[in-house]
Design a protein around this ligand. Structure first.
Ligand code: GLU
Length: 467
């Protein structure tokens, strides 16, 4: 039998995707690609209050922007459609029925207040709180009486006693849970809505999911899900629970998730490959720490390289990969990314030269705007440092520079030789004043390129200004 790997990402559309949940999506994509398998997108919108259609649309858009395409799921469809849980109610009803028929569930009429009281009593007795089994012991007449009083029960799964639930976590190794410690748990709410871990497990099985990489906050759900799948005689996937991303302050990242939504990062000018290169290394080790294409990220991916220690968000690293993404991007792409302000300032024949000139010096479109303004803007702001450098060089230097430019134009070496010979200046003392006069800055793109790119009358005007 051929065994094709199938992974999935199952977001709840209750907000925008952020670095944390996109990393989960990414690792599942990389695992599927590395193994030549398939990746499924499933929308877990069982929380009717908090789920919103606009968040679903945003999930699809953000994943596509990142290049994390799915082979089955919304809009793509596939053999296990629908891929949105709110459209699968009839399927879930069938699996509730099966559990009922097998005598593995019972209605529970306990009120939230009663449950809270019971938990409190158990804690006071030094026991871990779990459902006391009250409603499991009701006989048929007692159940009927409660229904007649109009009470709406939840549906509880009866956990078999005396069992050990064992599984090997793909990241954390062997795991063992005693069924006594789990307690009977709710799989359908009193309003008829399904509980997350029931539909999540049922759908994984029905959709043929073989591997689930998810956050370690789900680790305690796994034994419950394994018990459910066993009771339903459905296959269980292999699970791997990833350490969560923590903020640079050591606190949970979700606190700052708003700052780090994919939409906001995209609006700030982050390139998708920067986020992918960064996230793929957050809790996963590659042999080499070099820039990789999405295909290379997939080829080098392995669950054994995933760590158990919390992954710490580090903006410096993210910026590093952003600079690498810019360095590796094509001029056409960068040009489009630079945006309106740059497009207005740079004459069409200079586009590619401009991009190549500033590419090593920019990380974001605002940086490109900065250099477009410095190289092509009518007004040239002069930085404090530049003023000092210009003053130190003195007007004679600029007179010679202007003469050299008129004679040699943008032919860099002859111009520099000429200037060196006339002024005796060399090294920093020669390049800095030129750079300062031409760009108003003491750092920036290569001087030879700047000289070639700046319109000649503008070069002359900028040198003239200090003669
Ligand atoms: N909808 C769940 C979540 O967003 C999915 C958990 C899982 O991956 O199994 O947390």
């Amino acid at each position: 039998m051929t065994h094709t790997i199938k992974t999935r990402f199952a977001p709840s559309p209750t907000g925008y995707l952020h670095l944390g949940n996109v990393r989960t999506a990414l690792f599942n994509v990389l695992l599927a690609r590395q193994q030549g398998g398939r990746f499924v997108l499933r929308i877990e919108d069982t929380d009717r209050e908090r789920s919103r259609p606009e968040y679903v649309a945003a999930v699809l858009e953000d994943l596509r922007w990142l290049g994390l395409d799915w082979q089955e799921g919304p809009e793509v469809e596939g053999p296990h459609a629908p891929y949105t849980q709110s459209e699968r109610t009839a399927i879930y009803a069938e699996y509730y029925r099966r559990l009922d028929q097998a005598g593995q569930v019972y209605p529970c009429f306990c009120t939230p207040a009663e449950l809270a009281l019971s938990r409190k009593a158990q804690r006071a007795a030094g026991k871990p709180p779990r459902y006391a089994g009250t409603c499991a012991r009701l006989n048929e007449a007692e159940r009927q009486a409660r229904y007649e009083r109009g009470l709406q029960p939840t549906l509880r799964f009866q956990v078999p006693m005396g069992q050990v639930v064992e599984f090997t976590d793909l990241i954390r190794g062997p795991q063992r849970f005693a069924s006594e410690d789990i307690g009977d748990f709710v799989i359908r709410r009193a309003d008829g809505g399904p509980q997350f871990f029931f539909v999540n497990a049922v759908d994984d099985a029905l959709m043929g999911i073989t591997h689930v990489l998810r956050g370690e906050d789900h680790l305690t759900n796994t034994p419950r899900q394994l018990l459910l799948l066993k009771a339903l005689q459905l296959p269980a996937p292999e699970y791997g629970h990833m350490s969560l991303i923590i903020g640079s302050d050591g606190g949970p990242l979700s606190k700052r998730a708003g700052d780090l939504s994919i939409r906001q990062l995209r609006a700030a000018g982050y390139l998708p490959e920067a986020l992918l290169n960064y996230l793929a290394r957050l809790g996963h080790r590659y042999e080499q720490d070099v820039w990789m294409t999405p295909a290379e990220l997939a080829a080098g991916f392995a669950t054994v390289q995933m760590g158990r220690a919390p992954a710490r968000y580090d903006e410096t690293q993210l910026l590093h990969w952003q600079a690498e993404a810019v360095r590796c991007a094509t001029p056409e792409r960068l040009w489009a990314w630079m945006g309106e302000t740059v497009h207005t300032l740079i004459p069409s024949p200079c586009r590619d030269d401009f991009v190549v000139t500033v590419q090593p010096n920019i990380r974001f479109p605002v940086d490109a705007e900065f250099w477009a303004q410095r190289l092509f803007g009518e007004e040239l702001p002069i930085s404090e440092d530049s003023r000092t450098v210009i003053a130190a060089a003195g007007s004679a230097f600029f007179k010679h520079a202007l003469a050299a430019y008129i004679e040699h134009g943008a032919a860099y070496q002859p111009l520099v030789d000429h200037l060196k010979q006339r002024t005796g200046a060399k090294g920093k003392n020669l390049f800095m004043p030129l750079r300062a006069a031409l760009t108003g800055e003491t750092h920036g793109p290569e001087l030879a390129r700047i000289l070639a790119l700046t319109p000649p009358e503008m070069v002359q005007r900028r040198l003239q200004a200090w003669c």
